[in-house]
Design a protein around this ligand. Structure first.
Ligand SMILES: *[C@@H]1O[C@H](CO)[C@@H](O)[C@H](O)[C@H]1NC(C)=O
Ligand SMILES: *[C@@H]1O[C@H](CO)[C@@H](O)[C@H](O)[C@H]1NC(C)=O
Ligand SMILES: *[C@@H]1O[C@H](CO)[C@@H](O)[C@H](O)[C@H]1NC(C)=O
Length: 330
């Protein structure tokens, strides 16, 4: 079981309510062991005042999860990177401008970002696809038969059909992300904070590929899957899924304050519902389950995939599919 949570924007109490309601943690805030993965799609920072407390808690939870055989996967949102670039409305919680810059570069938070945050995750639904973040290899897809794409892509913004660095997925994007974050953390002198100073933009050492990564068509900012019309989106999504070796693109970034949005039969899932009180949306988490049940015919299985939107007082199926598949190597 995977539970995914969208933008949190500085609201610790609402984050805790969401994690409890999705049974990721128990009443006292400890990892329950009920889920295999907790995925957060970025934008923990800004618009609220609990940022540091939230990042601390997530690191604590990550350790607990791993001890129990689970994992927490964290992603950079455009707001995390904006903070590294030098933009922040949240200075006071860090104890001032200088302290904030130190914390994001060399402090425990900067270190946690560098060690435990990525731009995107390819999360396999079945172990025969390899461990988490195994690059999709089209050459091996045939051998995996009907489950070659039984994986989910998670990230903050979106993977545009015209973004040049989609493959090999996900390592290409994640290595660009890591190199950009490193440059931002090592920039000297640190640019003065924006506002009131001018927005500094990326450091002069950033490459063209890193500029693209952080651009409007890049994974941190792209909104096409959320904003474009159904006909456009659904005609383009299959080619992207095929290339990435996944069945679904799951992202935050573009909120719908009344609920999660499923498009093109669940190939696109938008999970940002404005959880923070700064937005006043609804509290939500998405739960993914996947099972293969053997049939009487050797090599054939019933594959069941369910994605459920969990809200405070009800649940709603976003995807509920069952089909017979062939996978004679399992
Ligand atoms: C938290 O609650 C869980 C389940 O109720 C319990 O097993 C665990 O011992 C508690 N942990 C702490 C630190 O209180
Ligand atoms: C990153 O996560 C691991 C657990 O996977 C934890 O032990 C480590 O302390 C974290 N790193 C930082 C710098 O917080
Ligand atoms: C937002 O979510 C609600 C409830 O799921 C849905 O009725 C509405 O169409 C969504 N809005 C958009 C723009 O998708």
């Amino acid at each position: 079981t995977i539970v995914a949570v969208g933008d949190l924007h500085g609201d610790y109490p609402n984050m805790m309510t969401v994690l409890k309601m999705a049974k990721v943690v128990s009443e006292n805030g400890t990892w329950t062991g009920n889920v295999d993965y907790l995925v957060q799609t970025g934008d923990i920072v800004d618009r609220g005042d609990d940022t540091l407390k939230m990042y601390r808690y997530i690191e604590k939870l990550r350790v607990q999860a791993q001890k129990a055989g689970g994992d927490v996967r964290s992603h950079f949102g455009n707001h995390e990177v904006m903070n590294l670039i030098g933009a922040s409305k949240e200075i006071l919680t860090f104890g001032g401008v200088e302290a904030r810059q130190q914390m994001l570069a060399k402090g425990w938070l900067g270190q946690a970002w560098r060690a435990n945050y990525t731009i995107t995750t390819r999360l396999p639904l079945h172990p025969s696809l390899g461990p988490i973040n195994t690059d999709y290899d089209p050459g091996k897809a045939g051998r995996l038969q009907d489950i070659s794409h039984a994986a989910v892509s998670f990230l903050h913004g979106g993977l545009s059909p015209t973004y040049a660095d989609l493959t090999p997925y996900p390592s290409r994007i994640n290595s660009l992300g890591a190199s950009l974050v490193k440059k931002l953390q090592e920039q000297r002198p640190l640019p003065p904070p924006h506002p009131p100073n001018q927005y500094p933009g990326l450091p002069h050492t950033a490459t063209e590929r890193e500029h693209e990564l952080y651009g409007g068509n890049g994974p941190l900012w792209y909104r096409g899957w959320a904003m474009d019309k159904d006909a456009v989106v659904c005609s383009k999504v299959d080619a992207v899924l095929e290339k990435l070796g996944v069945r679904r693109l799951v992202m935050g970034h573009t909120p719908n304050f009344t609920g999660m949005v499923s498009r093109c039969g669940g190939k696109i899932l938008l999970i940002d519902t404005g959880i923070s009180h700064a937005y006043g949306g609804v509290l939500s988490a998405a739960r993914f389950t996947y099972t293969l049940t053997p049939t009487k015919r050797k090599g054939y299985w019933i594959e069941k995939e369910v994605v459920t939107a969990i809200y405070e007082h009800h649940e709603e199926a976003l995807v509920d599919s069952a089909r017979e598949i062939q996978a004679d190597f399992i």
